[in-house]
Design a binder for this molecule. Structure first.
Ligand SMILES: Nc1ncnc2c1ncn2[C@@H]1O[C@H](COP(=O)(O)OP(=O)(O)O)[C@@H](O)[C@H]1O
Ligand SMILES: [Mg+2]
Length: 559
């Protein structure tokens, strides 16, 4: 993957020599009363403890030099501290799990063994990803009872931490659960047992962590746990796994010796707080004018293609535009990976493809889903990425039969989009391109690390050729968007579709500018807040505008 290679260059920190896994927390230990202090690393090694219990002597403090950021993450009530630190070898991501000491570890082991015997899990539950929540709840109750009977003096806080830890070790991915639950991380990679776990942090890029899975078997075990959650398996004979978890996260696992250094797991996290159009205006990906133009296009059912290079932000822009769809329209999306995330108000059915099982059975392709989606009476169809001729054909047929269609495709300019569409492998006849009302092209400047809307174009299509007419383009020197040519058909298409005159369209654009500007001013950017405003726009526009005039946020957001 291009993106990864490039970003890897940024990766400068060397993995630490010692496998540091936990932090000593003297105060808490004293309170707990049962935990022996361990003063020296050498002692721990001698004691023959499992690596898991190794302790870091240095106590992290906020004023410690080189600390860039510090926050905590909580999973199943077990809390850990994250410290991002810069030292001579670069920036690193450090997880400090509370040190539980030998005695508590032994006790926990005992509880673990008893838990296995008292809690029964049916085969059905193991295979059902949805059943995990139920199993977890039962486990937590049992664990709580067992811990209470064994250690009546345990503080509530410590008990919760221990239960959380048990859950992660028995049902989850151990300490990786903390990484998966850190909203600042986009990707978590277990490269092999010989290397530190690496993560992609939203702010700092690729970083090494202080965590390492020390045994290859354990990595395989984690891959298996993930596979089981989605009803699949990973074995010597089927050493590749590409799975979407119910959470929307995507996991890829590849076993040794195909991955030559060791077993590798890559978790690509599903964005839980997606960019909205407000974010994209704020970070200058687009501006107010281009945003309201896209809103107008989507409100009035114009078809839109978003092009761009790899990781140029096509999917992000597509997702940011979808809240513009009126709430009473049925939306069906078809993707290979769940990436889209729409506000709660929308009437949306997301579909995802499935790869065949090891026997080559059970595949559900993009084409299957696309054809099926047409039988589901959609108003709007979203295709994650257009790659094959058959998909393109169905999509253009859908446009012709009156659905509005949104899709992304790989091309660097509007002219290249036309070339890509009309040549192999897509082979769309040029005259069909008039069905595309708007083509938005995304651009990513890798050096500056910025993403911009490069062009907004309409297509002028004749029998055997099609051309792009640029309405807007980005000028890099000034980093701004300018109007390029007059539209020859975009506004005409809207007038024809809606019966609106150009004056009415202009008035409509003015209202949109006003609403978006107000949202920017009020920093109302969250997906569901934004969705709520759009919902109001479509159900009670007068009310929305009058509330905006009165600056009445409460009436709009309901809080
Ligand atoms: N406009 C943007 N501003 C900031 N970051 C962005 C923007 N668009 C995308 N990104 C980042 O780039 C990553 C890849 O974007 P994505 O839309 O999936 O690319 P594409 O679909 O073009 O391959 C996203 O996960 C997001 O973190
Ligand atoms: Mg994409």
């Amino acid at each position: 993957m291009k993106k990864r290679k490039l970003k890897n260059k940024k990766f400068v920190s060397k993995p630490a020599k010692v496998n540091v896994k936990s932090k000593k927390d003297g105060k808490k230990n004293k309170k707990d009363g049962i935990i022996k202090k361990l003063k020296f690393k050498s002692k721990i090694k001698k004691s023959g403890l499992k690596k898991k219990l190794e302790i870091k002597n240095k106590k992290p403090a906020a004023k410690e030099k080189g600390v860039l950021e510090e926050y905590s993450i909580e999973v199943d009530k077990a809390k850990v501290k994250i410290i991002i630190r810069r030292d001579t070898s670069g920036v690193s991501y450090n997880v400090y799990v509370r040190d539980i000491g030998i005695a508590t570890a032994a006790l926990l082991n005992e509880v673990r063994n008893e838990l296995v015997s008292v809690t029964t899990i049916s085969m059905n539950e193991i295979m059902d990803p949805g059943a995990l929540a139920g199993i977890k709840k039962r486990f937590m109750q049992e664990a709580s009872t067992l811990l209470k009977s064994k250690l009546p003096t345990l503080t509530e806080e410590m008990k919760e931490f221990l239960i959380g830890k048990l859950m992660q070790d028995m049902l989850g991915l151990g300490e990786i659960e903390f990484l998966v639950n850190d909203p600042n991380l986009e990707e978590v990679v277990i490269p092999s047992s010989k290397e530190q776990i690496r993560i992609y942090h939203k702010k700092y890029g690729w970083l090494a962590t202080n965590l390492r899975i020390t045994k290859e078997d354990e990595i395989i075990n984690y891959a298996n746990i993930i596979a089981r959650r989605v009803g699949r398996q990973i074995t010597v004979l089927t050493p590749l796994l590409d799975a979407h978890l119910v959470t929307g996260d995507r996991v890829n696992a590849i076993l040794y010796p195909m991955s030559t250094k060791g077993n590798t797991i890559t978790i690509r996290k599903f964005a839980r707080d997606p960019f909205t159009i407000i974010d994209l205006i704020n970070n200058n990906t687009c501006d107010l004018e281009t945003a309201v133009l896209m809103w107008l296009a989507i409100e009035y059912e114009m078809n839109m293609l978003i092009s761009g290079g790899t990781a140029s932000g096509k999917t992000v822009l597509l997702n940011a535009c979808m809240p513009f769809i009126p709430p009473n329209h049925r939306i069906i999306s078809v993707e290979d990976t769940r990436e889209l995330m729409l506000p709660d108000f929308l009437y949306w059915t997301p579909l995802v493809t499935r790869t065949p099982n090891p026997e080559g059975k059970g595949e559900v392709s993009m084409l299957h889903l696309l054809i099926n989606s047409l039988r589901m009476r959609p108003d709007r169809i979203i295709l994650g990425e257009m790659r094959r001729e058959e998909e393109a054909r169905v999509l253009f047929e859908a446009m012709h039969t009156g659905h509005s269609v949104y899709a992304t495709l790989h091309a660097d300019t509007a002219a290249e989009t036309i070339a890509r569409l009309t040549n192999p492998p897509l082979n769309v006849p040029p005259n069909l391109l008039k069905a595309v009302n708007l083509n938005v092209v995304m651009f990513r400047d890798r050096r500056k690390g910025i993403r911009r809307i490069l062009q907004i174009a309409e297509f002028e299509a004749a029998q055997d050729r099609a051309e792009a007419n640029l309405l807007y383009r980005w000028i890099p020197e000034e980093d701004k968007f300018i109007k390029h040519s007059e539209s020859s058909r975009f506004f005409e298409d809207i007038s024809r579709n809606t019966g609106m005159s150009q004056t009415e369209i202009n008035k409509n654009l003015d209202e949109k500018r006003k609403i978006i500007s107000w949202l920017i001013k009020k920093n109302i950017r969250d997906l569901n807040d934004f969705g709520r405003v759009m919902n109001l726009y479509y159900t009670d526009k007068e009310g929305l505008i009058s509330a905006i005039n009165k600056n009445d946020t409460k009436n709009i957001l309901g809080r």
